[in-house]
Write a protein that binds this ligand. Structure first.
Ligand code: HEC
Ligand code: HEC
Length: 383
C-alpha cells in the first residue's frame, strides 16, 4: 500500500472506532505512521503492539499506578501525620541540622537535585539521592537494594555516620523530651512512650502516602484523553516498548522490574568505583549491578543514575550506543570480579528524531508539581 493509501486506510480505521476528531485528522498531515500509532495506542494496553523483550524477561505492560488499598487501621492518619513531622525534623540528626526532607524535597521530585547528596559535615556522599515517590510499592531500597523494608531503610540513614549521624538513643531521647511528640505518639499508637519502632513505622507510613497521583500526561492518555500525549510522546512510547528496548527492564505501571542490572557504570578499578549489588550479596555476578529505578516523574529528578553524573539527553545517547563496555586492563585479565554489562543492552542506533521522541515520552511521565509545606514541629525539652 502506498503512503496515501495508508493514510486513507488509517482514517477509515479511525472512523470505524469512532474517534475521528478534528485534531486527529489535522495530524494526518504529519504522517501516516503517527496516526496509525495513535490508533493502536488508544486501544486498551492489552491490545498494544507486542513489546520487544528478550526471552526470560518477565514483562508486565505499562499502565496506571493503582492506589494502595485504604488501611483499615483507624490510627493510620495519625501515624502519617507523625511520620511527616519526623520526616521534616532536623533535630533528629546527630548535629541537629539534617532531616530526611533535606535530601528528599517535594519540589525537587523528592530528590535533592544534586549529583550526590551532601551528608554529615557537608561531605559529598557517594550516590545520588533517589526520589521517594512510589517507594510504597518497592521490594528493596537503596541503589543496591540493601534494605528490605522502608523501616530498615530509615533506621540505616539515622545510624549512618555519613548521613544523619545519629543513634537510636539520640532519636528516641529527642522525641521523648517533647510533650507534643508524646501526644502524637499516643494518637498514632495508643501509647505515649515513643520507641524507635514507632518512629520508623510512622516515617514509613508517611512515605507510603507519596505515590503517583495520575496527573501525568501519560496517565491522562491511559485514562482516555487522547490529546494528552503529543505526536512525539506517542512515537516515544512506541520506541520505548519496541526498538529502544527500554521495557526489558523498565516495565509495569512503575516502569521498573525491581531488579538489578549492570549498565557498565561501575567504574570498576577506577576512582569512582561502585560495586553496587555485589556489596550486598557477595555474588561476583552482581558486581556493578544497580536497582532499576522507576521512571515516573523522571524528568523532574535530574541528574541521573546512581552516581548522578548524567542528564536525560546523555542517558538516552548512552543507551542508543548500547552503553559503554569496560575493557579489561592487562592486570585485570582473569579477575573473577570483572563486571559484565547486561546482555539486554544493545546498540540501538537511534536517530536524532527518535531520541527526541523518547525524551518526549519520558517527559510525559512528569506529575503535577507538589509543594509540601513543612509541618509545624513540636517544641523539645518540655515533657
Ligand atoms: C544526606 C542526604 C540524605 C538524607 C538526610 C536522607 N537521605 Fe534518603 N537517600 C539518600 C541517598 C544518597 C540515597 C541512596 C543511597 C544508596 O543507594 O546507597 C537515599 C535513599 C533513600 C531511599 C531509597 C529509595 C529507593 O528507591 O531505593 C529512601 C526510601 C530514603 N532515602 C528515605 C529517607 C528517609 C526516610 C530519611 C530520613 C530518615 C532519609 N532518606 C534521609 C540521601 C539522603
Ligand atoms: C538492562 C536493563 C535496562 C534497560 C534495557 C534500560 N534501563 Fe534504564 N536503567 C536501568 C538501571 C539498572 C538503571 C540504574 C543504573 C545505575 O544507576 O547505575 C537505569 C537508569 C535509567 C535512568 C535514570 C533514572 C534515575 O532516576 O537516575 C533513565 C532515565 C533510564 N534508565 C531510562 C531508560 C531508557 C529510556 C531506556 C531505553 C532506551 C532504558 N532505560 C533501558 C536498567 C535498564
Amino acid at each position: 500500500m502506498d503512503a496515501q493509501g495508508r493514510v486513507a486506510a488509517v482514517v477509515a480505521g479511525l472512523a470505524l472506532i469512532g474517534c475521528q476528531t478534528a485534531s486527529q485528522l489535522a495530524r494526518a498531515g504529519a504522517g501516516a505512521d503517527v496516526l496509525e500509532l495513535r490508533r493502536v495506542y488508544q486501544l486498551p494496553p492489552a491490545e498494544w503492539p507486542a513489546p520487544e523483550v528478550d526471552d526470560g524477561v518477565a514483562f508486565v505492560e505499562l499502565g496506571r499506578v493503582e492506589p494502595l488499598p485504604d488501611s483499615d487501621d483507624p490510627r493510620r492518619a495519625a501515624q502519617v501525620e507523625l511520620g511527616k513531622a519526623l520526616f521534616f525534623d532536623a533535630r533528629l540528626s546527630g548535629p541537629g541540622q539534617m532531616a530526611c526532607a533535606s535530601c528528599h524535597e517535594a519540589e525537587l521530585g523528592w530528590g535533592d537535585g544534586r549529583s550526590t547528596s551532601f551528608g554529615h559535615g557537608f561531605q559529598p556522599l557517594a550516590r545520588n539521592a533517589p526520589s521517594i515517590l512510589n517507594v510504597a510499592f518497592g521490594a528493596s531500597f537503596f541503589w543496591d537494594g540493601r534494605a528490605a523494608t522502608l523501616e530498615d531503610q530509615a533506621l540505616a540513614v539515622f545510624e549512618s555516620e555519613d548521613e544523619m549521624h545519629a543513634s537510636v538513643e539520640h532519636v528516641v531521647a529527642t522525641v521523648k523530651s517533647s510533650r507534643g511528640y508524646r501526644a502524637r505518639f499516643e494518637a498514632a499508637f495508643g501509647v505515649g512512650e515513643p520507641t524507635i519502632d514507632g518512629v520508623l513505622t510512622a516515617i514509613a507510613a508517611f512515605e507510603r502516602t507519596v505515590v503517583s497521583d495520575g496527573s501525568s500526561a501519560f496517565d491522562q492518555f491511559l485514562a482516555g484523553d487522547v490529546d494528552a500525549l503529543g505526536d512525539a510522546a506517542v512515537r516515544g512510547l512506541h520506541l520505548f516498548r519496541t526498538k529502544a528496548r527500554c521495557v526489558n527492564c523498565h516495565h509495569g505501571p512503575l516502569l521498573t522490574d525491581g531488579g538489578f542490572h549492570d549498565l557498565g557504570l561501575s567504574y570498576y578499578g577506577r576512582k569512582l568505583e561502585d560495586l553496587g549489588r555485589y556489596r550486598v550479596t557477595g555474588d561476583p555476578a552482581d558486581v556493578g549491578r544497580f536497582k532499576t529505578p522507576t521512571l515516573r516523574n523522571v524528568a523532574r529528578t535530574a541528574p541521573y543514575m546512581h552516581n548522578g553524573l548524567f542528564q536525560l539527553e546523555g542517558v538516552i545517547n548512552m543507551y542508543s550506543a548500547g552503553m559503554a563496555t569496560l575493557r579489561r586492563r592487562p592486570d585485570q585479565v582473569g579477575d573473577p570480579l570483572f563486571p559484565t554489562k547486561s546482555p539486554l543492552l544493545k546498540e540501538l542506533d537511534l536517530d536524532a528524531a527518535e531520541k527526541e521522541d523518547l525524551l518526549a515520552f519520558l517527559e510525559s511521565l512528569s506529575e503535577r508539581r507538589r509543594r509540601v509545606r513543612p509541618p509545624e514541629l513540636p517544641p523539645l525539652g518540655d515533657a
